[in-house]
Design a binder for this molecule. Structure first.
Ligand SMILES: Cc1cc2nc3c(=O)[nH]c(=O)nc-3n(C[C@H](O)[C@H](O)[C@H](O)COP(=O)(O)OP(=O)(O)OC[C@H]3O[C@@H](n4cnc5c(N)ncnc54)[C@H](O)[C@@H]3O)c2cc1C
Length: 440
């Protein structure tokens, strides 16, 4: 599999052959991609949630000409292969982290922006008329031990006075609702949240982009960026395009070139998903998962799971360290074992589908919308939680590059910090995974 830390460039059509459940079951609109034009007001690199939303805003609200480019097809990156949890959050920081660093008022405003990101997705889906299997859901953060659950319980009052609702589930309530789950320590049920088919959501944004008049070009990796006299020249798929502004929306798929500084400001990490066979009615009753429950537990290396509308379990967690091992049989086996450990009474739950994708981890666990160079803008670092937030961040990015006001929040006020020892990122990750294995 393509590896952003090993490759200088991203290959054209890199996603072809990905065996995801979503690719197998989801109809997708015709992309109607065209040849690369020679100029545009704005070029957006990366046609995932961020890039699609940025391009829609630029074409529709700002009435500027915009070319949306991708090395693969539309949604070639994480956007078509994630778990479809629309979460009231992003990055890895919770309410108390924001409150202790920036104060309660900012922390509340941050939570409200997260709630707004879910509303943004819902409004876009309604506007697109493209079916996305979008349903309101609860986001269940469940403690895997008593200490972790107590910490979650302590966080609950802080959600008062925000647009988020946090309900404490006692161990008894949790056991009643999810009898099959190994841990019975309780946790928080957060709303608003929603479950979606992530590939269909990409399709919905594609339809909106087409309607707004965005020019879409696929199979064109951007390999060179040449700033020249207030303009930008980009070489993509061997052709050149000139523009006034460049928006880099490549998140965890960003290769080492042509933006090496940006590449050192994030850490591409693999997340993997397996989808089981459909559970029968008795198994579904035993495990207790519902299609509108999105579960994440508090294990150091988190696992996330949901019941799909056709009765299968989608189960995700950390992937391999390097792209070349993403599809190894050992990776699939590790996930099957983790699923079995989570629902010990369910047997023969092998992976009917197994795949991986790159997420972008920010050094300080907080994503950013910022300008790394004159005329260049980016949004990245969602740390594996970007279905809702990346969608809104794309719109914010477009507002930001057009000099419009964006909310006065920490992720819109500074750049992603650089990793001090960028070349050691993988070593540290390997050590962390080994330590976790050793603890068990
Ligand atoms: C397995 C997995 C499960 C996840 N589950 C969830 C979840 O349930 N909930 C949640 O909130 N988040 C989840 N995420 C994270 C979420 O999918 C991402 O945060 C989000 O999709 C990021 O969208 P994006 O548009 O910024 O980037 P991406 O969708 O990754 O798109 C980046 C695009 O940039 C293109 N690109 C890169 N470099 C170039 C170049 N040089 N030239 C041209 N094109 C280029 C790539 O081809 C790619 O299409 C998950 C991620 C993974 C991998």
């Amino acid at each position: 599999m393509y590896d952003p830390l090993k490759s200088r460039d991203i290959p054209a059509f890199h996603e072809f052959g990905i065996a995801s459940y979503w690719a197998a079951v989801t109809p997708f609109p015709d992309t109607n991609a065209v040849a690369l034009p020679s100029d545009a007001d704005v070029v957006v690199i990366g046609a995932g949630y961020t890039g699609l939303n940025a391009a829609i805003e630029i074409a529709q609200q700002q009435q500027r000409s915009v070319v949306l480019l991708d090395a693969g097809g539309v949604g070639a990156g994480a956007s078509s292969r994630n778990a479809g949890f629309l979460l009231p959050g992003t990055g890895r920081l919770g309410y108390s982290d924001y409150a202790s660093k920036y104060g309660d008022e900012v922390a509340r405003a941050v939570q409200n922006e997260f709630a707004a990101s879910i509303e943004h997705v819902k409004a876009s889906v309604a506007d697109s008329d493209w079916p996305c299997e979008l349903i309101d859901a609860r986001y269940l953060r469940l403690g895997h031990n008593a200490k972790a659950a107590a910490m979650l319980q302590r966080q609950q009052p802080a959600y008062a006075n925000t647009l988020l609702n946090a309900e404490w589930l006692s161990p008894e309530q949790q056991h009643e609702q999810l009898p099959g789950l190994k841990w019975k320590h309780g946790g928080l049920a957060l709303t608003p949240a929603a479950a979606v088919n992530p590939r269909a959501l990409t399709g919905a944004y594609l339809r909106l982009a087409q309607r707004a008049g965005v020019t879409i070009v696929t199979g064109h990796p951007v390999t060179k960026w040449i700033p020249s006299m207030g303009k930008h020249r980009l070489i993509a798929g061997g052709h050149e395009i000139k523009c006034d502004q460049v928006l880099v929306c490549s998140n965890g798929y960003l290769p080492q070139q042509p933006f090496p500084d940006l590449s050192r400001r994030q850490f591409p990490v693999l997340s993997s998903i397996l989808v089981s066979r459909p559970l029968n009615a008795a198994e579904q009753q035993y495990c207790g998962l519902k299609v509108n429950d999105l579960v994440m537990d508090t294990r150091t290396l988190k696992y996330y799971y949901r019941l799909l509308p056709d009765g299968r379990i989608l189960f995700g967690g950390r992937g391999a360290v390097e792209g070349r091992h993403a599809d190894d049989a050992g990776q699939k086996l590790r996930m099957e074992k983790a699923l079995a450990a989570t629902f010990p009474e369910l047997t023969d739950l092998h992976a009917d589908y197994f795949w991986s994708g790159w997420i972008s981890v920010a050094l300080d666990s907080m994503p950013r919308v910022f300008s790394p160079a004159i005329g260049v803008y980016t949004s990245a670092g969602y740390c594996g939680a970007g279905v809702a937030f990346a969608s809104l961040a794309g719109k914010r990015l477009a507002q930001y590059c057009n000099g419009e006001g964006v909310p006065d929040l920490p992720f819109y006020q500074s750049g992603l910090p650089r990793y001090p020892f960028a070349s050691a990122r993988r070593l540290a990750l390997r050590a962390m995974y080994s330590f976790d294995k050793f603890k068990k």
